[in-house]
Design a binder for this molecule. Structure first.
Ligand SMILES: NC(=O)C1=CN([C@@H]2O[C@H](COP(=O)(O)OP(=O)(O)OC[C@H]3O[C@@H](n4cnc5c(N)ncnc54)[C@H](O)[C@@H]3O)[C@@H](O)[C@H]2O)C=CC1
Ligand SMILES: O=C(O)C(=O)Cc1ccc(O)cc1
Length: 365
């Protein structure tokens, strides 16, 4: 008989996990979402096989239960689980961006002998909703698991096996360590991105030209400010302690930068940027990390009709598939204007060779 997975919250991450599970397992996937349009959409996109009208109903039938709801909802929903019928041997997990509060809430399940292993796939996007779900969203990313100290090793392996279609690399740590690290590399940068946008929005009141000029680097560094405000509100509230500490040290850092500028300290300003560049350039972006590994190629294309279909047909002729294509609105810091994303370095290399063969100039950043 087919095993059953139950996904609660069929948005970007719940949908992507469902698709990744289906890729590797002959499984029956049931789903629940508080928004019936998301649930219907998940069904019609064949992300799930069946929807249920309550969490209790899905939980009773499932071998794997995944909470893919905003983190504050996950803690609330976990509370109710203590009174539900759960299949013996079922594994419960979540995908939340914070882990400590969720783990604390799950402790009463763990004490009852129910298997709960917290999880966080460290990749995603600023998009939300099941329409944006992709089976390969987590490919090459780290997938953090936060099992309790005395968790059954077999259950951890079983969970990794359920999730192997994500093609992510699993790594275990405590919920506290997770929140500390994720605070620094993911949660805090969201605050900074939003604050930069606020700064420009305030300036716009005095000079409306500023938002028209806000391109290039500003757009890059603030991309994540377009993410779901509900999701990020909840993350900030659940990782309060780490974020307050990070804010303190950030303000200290900004004070130092202010002094460097006030004193016109050429050497130290140079060193500040040089050291940041050296560390940033050394980050394993294309291997594994919080940043999803997309392989992007920029193509300098002349501005005339038919050029995009020419580029895509060259790639199609050579059976090179693209995961994304985008016409960039600005040429100011990138030579090419067409950005092609590939699934692997090999596809990218092949595309580069074929496009150059057809006299297109290509660039990597
Ligand atoms: N967006 C991202 O890049 C990443 C998000 N995460 C985590 O994944 C979780 C889900 O995020 P996304 O999929 O991006 O959000 P999303 O907004 O795309 O999906 C969340 C879904 O949960 C549903 N939902 C909300 N309250 C519910 C409730 N009480 N019962 C049932 N369903 C409910 C919503 O209707 C929505 O369909 C969050 O905990 C987030 O922290 C983790 C890694 C990456
Ligand atoms: O859009 C991006 O690059 C992200 O920052 C995606 C992301 C969002 C939340 C997470 O918990 C992990 C990854």
């Amino acid at each position: 008989m087919k095993r059953t997975a139950f996904i609660i919250g069929l948005g970007l991450i719940g949908g992507s996990i469902a698709l990744a599970i289906r890729k590797e397992h002959d499984v029956h996937i049931i789903g629940f979402d508080i928004h019936s349009d998301q649930l219907k959409m998940a069904h019609s996109l064949r992300v799930i096989d069946e929807s249920v009208s309550s969490i209790k109903e899905g939980v009773a039938r499932a071998d794997l239960i995944i909470f893919a709801t905003p983190v504050s909802r996950t803690t609330e929903l976990l509370k109710d689980l203590v009174d539900y019928d759960i299949k013996p041997g079922a594994i419960i997990t979540d995908v939340g961006s914070t882990k400590r509060k969720i783990y604390q809430q799950a402790e009463c399940l763990i004490e009852k002998g129910i298997t709960f292993i917290g999880g966080h796939p460290m990749a995603g996007s600023h998009k939300s909703g099941v329409e944006a779900a992709r089976a390969h969203l987590f490919e090459n990313a780290y997938y953090i698991l936060t099992p309790s100290e005395d968790a059954d090793a077999r259950a951890i392996i079983q969970l990794q096996n359920w999730l192997k279609g994500t093609k992510a690399t699993f790594i275990e740590m405590t919920a506290d360590q997770h929140d500390h690290l994720a605070g620094a590399i993911s949660h805090f940068p969201h605050i900074v991105a939003a604050s930069l946008v606020h700064q420009v929005a305030n300036l716009e009141e005095k000079d409306p030209l500023v938002s028209r000029l806000a391109a290039g680097g500003f757009r890059d560094i603030t991309r994540i400010a377009s993410a779901s405000p509900v999701m990020w509100r909840d993350i900030l509230l659940q990782n309060k302690d780490s974020l307050l500490r990070l804010l303190e040290s950030w303000m200290h850092e900004m004070k130092n930068v202010k002094t460097l500028i006030e004193e016109e300290n050429e050497t130290d300003i140079y060193t500040y940027f040089e050291e940041a560049k050296a560390f940033r350039d050394g980050l394993p972006v294309k291997k594994k990390g919080a940043i999803p590994s997309f392989y992007d190629l920029y193509v300098d294309v002349p501005d005339h009709p038919g050029v995009i279909s020419d580029v895509t047909s060259i790639l199609a002729q050579h059976k090179i598939s693209i995961t994304n294509i985008r016409i960039l609105e600005t040429r100011e810091d990138i030579m090419g204007v067409l950005r092609l994303s590939f699934r692997s370095e090999e596809d990218l290399d092949q595309a580069k060779i074929q496009l150059q063969h057809h006299m297109y100039e290509t660039y990597r950043l």
